[in-house]
Design a binder for this molecule. Structure first.
Ligand code: NAD
Ligand code: TYD
Length: 338
């Protein structure tokens, strides 16, 4: 099978490409290389004969058409997105453009070219905050809170509409918070690891009791492969890590593993519209494909810290330049909790 992957230079997309590129499938990776896209993430598979990188923007209809026309993919796995909630609050326009309109261009091209399978990578954030004791299944209403999650909810529904209306063979995955190597240090776990290793303050939004369900990135990639080959057309599949933890507990574990003091934690102003709790059940995915989350959180977190410790050069490259401007913009107005 020839798979067109979008966003394959980012965190999850590159894990998917590293997992699949040496195997039975040919992989074409279409990526704009935004601040979050990094060809260093693909060094381990560079030069493999059935792997091709194409630089391009999913919002650019002509570039999208060209990659479909030249490579004639059998399947699409659509990861490309502006993926960070805080950036979507500071600057929503590129988020809405890429997540909604870019996804639209991808669906249109896939329809024109009649691909055999289209996997749209969505998120559990489309369900919004979920009160205890509930866990959302795939029928839960979409109540997204941020420009990020609402633009993802829009593209998720758009993808499903291309199945209903045009019979494009779409499947949608809604995964929980991912962690693992190569994650850009703007999200909770890599930011806290990187700051702890540098003995810098660890900014905790609000009371730190918000709950996320942590999924190791390779478990997510295996779920996408399972859905790609075994998922039913027009269906949605939740992908959870079955490991719900409050942010404060996650950060304390990182401090333990890195051997740094809890005094590094600083309470800062909360995120506007902050979702309190994400919680999903992956029972449908497990029942229909046999997939299970395999990575134990303690083992995965330790492996992730070890990776960041061993890859200080990767971290310093991604933290140079524009990262500093973002960090200043996002955290300077949060200095006090009041
Ligand atoms: P990321 O920010 O690390 O990577 C995004 C990639 O998309 C980058 O390589 C970037 O260059 C590329 N990209 C961005 N805009 C583009 C455009 N206009 N055209 C082409 N390429 C573009 O993101 P990630 O964390 O790897 O997330 C990948 C997907 O998984 C996203 O759709 C995200 O919504 C979804 N998701 C992420 C998580 C998570 O915890 N990170 C959880 C569930 C779902
Ligand atoms: P994040 O990694 O941005 O993912 P999500 O898309 O789930 O918001 O944040 C995870 C949680 O960590 C979320 O509740 C916000 C919180 N958080 C902090 O407390 N401090 C930080 O510096 C960041 C980036 C996140």
């Amino acid at each position: 099978m020839k798979i067109l992957v979008t966003g394959g230079a980012g965190f999850i997309g590159s894990a998917f490409v590293r997992m699949t590129a040496g195997g039975a499938h040919s992989i074409v990776n279409f990526d704009k290389l935004t601040y979050a896209g990094n060809l260093e993430n693909l060094k381990p598979i560079e030069g493999l004969p059935r792997y091709t990188f194409v630089l391009g923007d999913i919002c650019d209809a002509a570039a999208v058409e060209a990659v479909f026309a030249e490579h004639k993919p059998d399947a699409v796995v659509h990861f490309a997105a502006e993926s960070h909630v805080d950036r979507s609050i500071l600057s929503p326009e590129p988020v809405v453009a890429t997540n909604f309109m870019g996804s639209f261009q991808m669906l249109e091209a896939a329809k024109r070219h009649g691909v055999a399978r289209y996997t749209h990578v969505s998120t559990d954030e489309v369900y919004g905050s979920i009160d205890e004791p509930h866990d959302a299944d795939e029928t839960w209403p979409l109540v997204a809170s941020s420009p990020y999650s609402s633009s993802k909810a829009g593209s998720d529904l758009l993808a499903l509409s291309y199945f209903k209306t045009f019979k494009l063979p779409v499947v949608v995955t809604r995964a929980s918070n991912n962690y693992g190597p190569y994650q850009f240090p703007e999200k909770l776990i890599p930011l806290m690891i990187s700051n702890a290793l540098d003995h810098q303050p660890l900014p905790i939004y609000g009371d730190g009791q918000q709950v996320r369900d942590w999924l190791y990135v390779d478990d997510h990639c295996r779920a996408i492969l399972a859905v790609l080959t075994k998922g039913r057309e027009g269906e949605v599949y939740n992908v959870g890590g079955s490991r719900a933890l409050a942010n404060l507990d996650v950060v304390k574990r990182i401090l333990e593993i890195t051997g740094k003091p809890e005094s590094l934690m600083v309470t800062v102003k909360d995120r506007p519209g902050h979702d309190r709790r994400y919680a999903i059940t992956s029972e449908k995915l497990e029942r229909e494909t046999g997939w299970r989350a395999e990575m134990d959180f303690e083992v995965g977190l330790k492996a992730t810290v070890d990776w960041y410790r061993a890859n200080r050069e990767w971290v310093s490259h991604v933290k140079s330049g524009a990262y500093r401007a973002y960090y200043e913009q996002n955290y300077s107005n949060r200095l006090s909790a009041t």
